[in-house]
Design a protein around this ligand. Structure first.
Ligand code: GDP
Ligand code: IMO
Ligand code: MG
Length: 426
């Protein structure tokens, strides 16, 4: 048997770490790229010779016609949004997209999922709001767990689909009524699924035998994570989480890869941090430094356009993320955003109810945590033109090496700008 060549790229903060650009870089020679969880709540920015793209449900390997792109079993798919995204990219990039396949087991985001996502959020108080992307992610995964979901395979079989919908719709309509929303009809849902069958039928396949062959033949496979571990449904800031597992464990499950086949795990982290949506965020800044991080870093959501909450790097959370994911290599992004900061801080512990914490506690305690910072002198020079480790200012290298030590994980990639070539490989 050939040796395994499966690499995973996961977010090790609160999302938007720059996964898209790292996947784009690593995907250039991958045979298969697999999105393994989440849906079009993702917003992955890729800048390449064809332009600048914000990918939501399409994997970041679509720009290479030789790469097979899989929307895996662990995802939730909105076919209308997928079609819009494909049309848009075809138009702006001038490429054909026939290299995307959806696993039959992926769950389908139905119109009622999106309606319920907004309505459920509307019932939450300001403090309780998750700030979801309103893409129907939570309600769709809820139905999956309740065995009340529609899978891609179901829309390929009219009879089975009708039977499923007859079971599911009365309950969904009861939920819609509870929130004062319009109910849906069986006929409309059948017609919608028939349209999706016509549009996507050729792309809905059983990916498992293909992925298994590729794994066993040692072909290069790249697993593309969505969001970051701090919003993982089990290990993140529940209930301010997404409804899936953006971890390597989630990758194995959602892509159909045995854990022992994973050879490299790239954890993507910004050189500071951001978070979109509700929930605790211990190193958040409310001062001028926070505003500068947002302005210089262009920290606005790719999917929703919301301003991102900004703060210093949280080494305790990142160390937790590295352990939980078995990260082998960190990709540290957006170092250049810190170029004009005289002083840079890093969270190295928390005080909670008078007690010192060097590990990440459960959400309830995070809400009361005050970060303890270590300060670093800024390098105060432009790093955007640096292409090698040695070209980086000495103080920037010291900062990176300090983060490496705090996370106990090697920082292999450092990015100093959004362009494909603004990447230093150590
Ligand atoms: P993702 O969701 O993890 O793929 O990340 P997003 O695309 O949501 O957010 C990352 C943002 O940072 C995008 O606008 C990227 O173009 C930008 N970006 C990525 N790497 C760098 C970098 O090294 N420097 C700067 N200045 N911008 C970067
Ligand atoms: P990428 O892949 C940042 C956040 C939302 C909300 C919570 C749950 O670009 O990193 P959901 O719609 O999933 O039910 O929302 O998670 N969130 C993201 N934040 N980047 C994302 O994706 C996100 N996807 C969801 O703001 O707090
Ligand atoms: Mg994003």
């Amino acid at each position: 048997m050939a040796s395994y060549n499966v690499n995973a790229v996961v977010g090790v903060q609160w999302g938007d770490e720059g996964k898209g650009r790292i996947v784009d870089y690593l995907a250039s020679d991958a045979e298969i790229v697999i999105r393994f969880q989440g849906g079009d709540n993702a917003g992955h920015t890729v800048i390449n010779d064809k332009g600048k793209f914000g990918l939501h449900i399409l994997p970041s390997g679509i720009f290479n016609p030789e790469t097979m792109n899989i929307v895996g079993a662990g995802t939730v798919v909105n076919f209308d949004r997928m079609k819009d995204e494909m049309d848009n990219i075809k138009k702006t990039a001038g490429i054909t997209i026939d290299n995307v396949f959806i696993d039959e087991r992926a769950h389908i985001i139905m119109p009622y999922h999106m309606a319920l996502d907004g309505a459920e959020e509307g019932k939450r108080s300001e403090k309780e709001k998750i700030g979801t992307t309103k893409r129907g992610i939570g309600p769709c995964y809820s139905d999956k767990a309740a065995r009340m979901g529609i899978r891609a395979a179901d829309i390929m079989d009219e009879e089975r689909l009708e039977a499923r919908l007859r079971l599911i719709l009365p309950k969904k309509n009861r939920d819609l009524e509870y929130y004062g929303l319009d109910t849906v009809t069986l006929e409309d849902m059948l017609a919608l699924c028939a349209r999706w069958r016509a549009e996507f039928g050729d792309h809905i396949i059983d990916t498992q035998p293909i992925v298994r062959d590729a794994v066993e033949e040692g072909k290069k496979i790249l697993l593309e994570g969505q969001l970051g571990i701090m919003r993982d449904n089990d290990w993140g800031i529940y209930p301010y989480t997404t409804s899936s597992n953006p971890t390597v464990a989630g990758a194995c499950n959602g892509a159909g890869i045995p854990p022992r086949a994973i050879s490299k795990v790239v954890g993507v982290a910004k050189a500071y941090s951001t978070s979109v949506g509700g929930g605790p965020y211990m190193t958040e800044l409310f001062d001028d430094d926070g505003k500068r991080l947002r302005d210089i870093g262009g920290e606005y959501g790719v999917t929703t356009g919301r301003p991102r909450r900004c703060g210093w790097f949280d080494a305790v959370a990142a160390d937790y993320a590295c352990y939980m994911n078995g990260v082998t290599d960190i990709a540290l992004t957006k170092l250049d955003v810190l170029d004009t900061f005289k002083t840079i801080k890093v969270g190295v512990g928390y005080m909670i109810d008078g007690e010192y914490y060097r590990h990440l506690p459960e959400t309830r305690l995070q809400e009361r945590a005050k970060p303890i910072y270590q300060e670093f002198e800024g390098w105060m020079s432009d790093t955007t033109g640096c292409r090698t480790w040695d070209e980086l200012p000495e103080k920037a290298r010291e900062y990176i090496l300090a983060l490496e030590k705090l996370m106990n994980t090697r920082i292999t990639y450092v990015s100093v700008g959004p362009e494909r070539n603004q990447l230093i490989i150590r």
